[in-house]
Design a protein around this ligand. Sequence first.
Ligand code: ZN
Length: 248
Amino acid sequence: MANSKILFTIDVEPDLHTGKYEGITTGLKTAESIFSKYNIKPILFVTSDCIKKYPEIFLELNKKGWEISFHGLTHKRFDSLSFEEKEYEIKESLRIFKKFNLKPKGFRAPQHSIDDSTLNLLEKYNFEYDSSYTPLNLLQLIFFPKKIGLWIRCFFSPRRTWQIRKNLIEKPTSSFLLPFTSLTLRIPPVSLLKLYFKFIKLLYAEPIFYCHSWDFIKVRGSRIDGLFPSSVFQEKLIRLLKWTKQKN
Ligand SMILES: [Zn+2]
C-alpha cells in the first residue's frame, strides 16, 4: 500500500467495565513496545485523575517525546455538564497537569461529547486544538441520541484540520461510516479492513486513528473483548503500521 501518514492517538482513562488502571500500568507498556518499533510517538489524551495517580508513567512517556493532552477530569461526558462544571473540570485539570510540569495542547472530549460552550472554554484556556469531531461517523448516532443537530454538524464537518474558533483548530478523528478506531480494527477480517483503509486514505489526507489504553489489555467482562480479543487488535494494529510503511 502507498504511504499514508497516519496520526495515532490513544485515549487514556480508567479501564472499561472494571474502572481499574491496568490499561495504564500494563497496556501502555505494550503500546510503547509496538509503536516504538515503527518509530511512532502517539498522542495520548489522558484524564487528569490518571495523571494524578500515575504521574511517573506519563512523565516518562513525555520525556520520550509522546504528547500528553487532555481527556477530561474523570471521563464524564462534557455535554452532560453545566457550564460551571465544564470550566471547573478544565481549570482543575490544568492545575494537575501543571503540578507535574505538563501542559496539554489538545483536548478530546470523553465519547467525543464536544459542544459549543466547551469549544469556547478550550479557546479561553489557550488550548491549541480540539480532536473530538468525527465526520462521516454513523456509529456516533448512538452517542448523540438527543442531539441530532450536533450529530449532523459533526457528520458533515471538514475532513481535515480546520479553524473551529479564532484561536482554536479542530483535528477531527477519521471515519468512514464507522470510526477509524480500535473497534473497527478488531471486528472485520483483514480483507475488509484493507478496503476500509483504502476509503479512509481517499477521504482523509492525514487520517487520525484512535484507540484506548484498555485496548492493550484483556478487559474482563467485555463481550467485545471476549469475541475479538486485545491480541487480535494488536495484531491488526501491527498490520496497519506495516501497511502505512512508516517503519524507518
Ligand atoms: Zn475516553
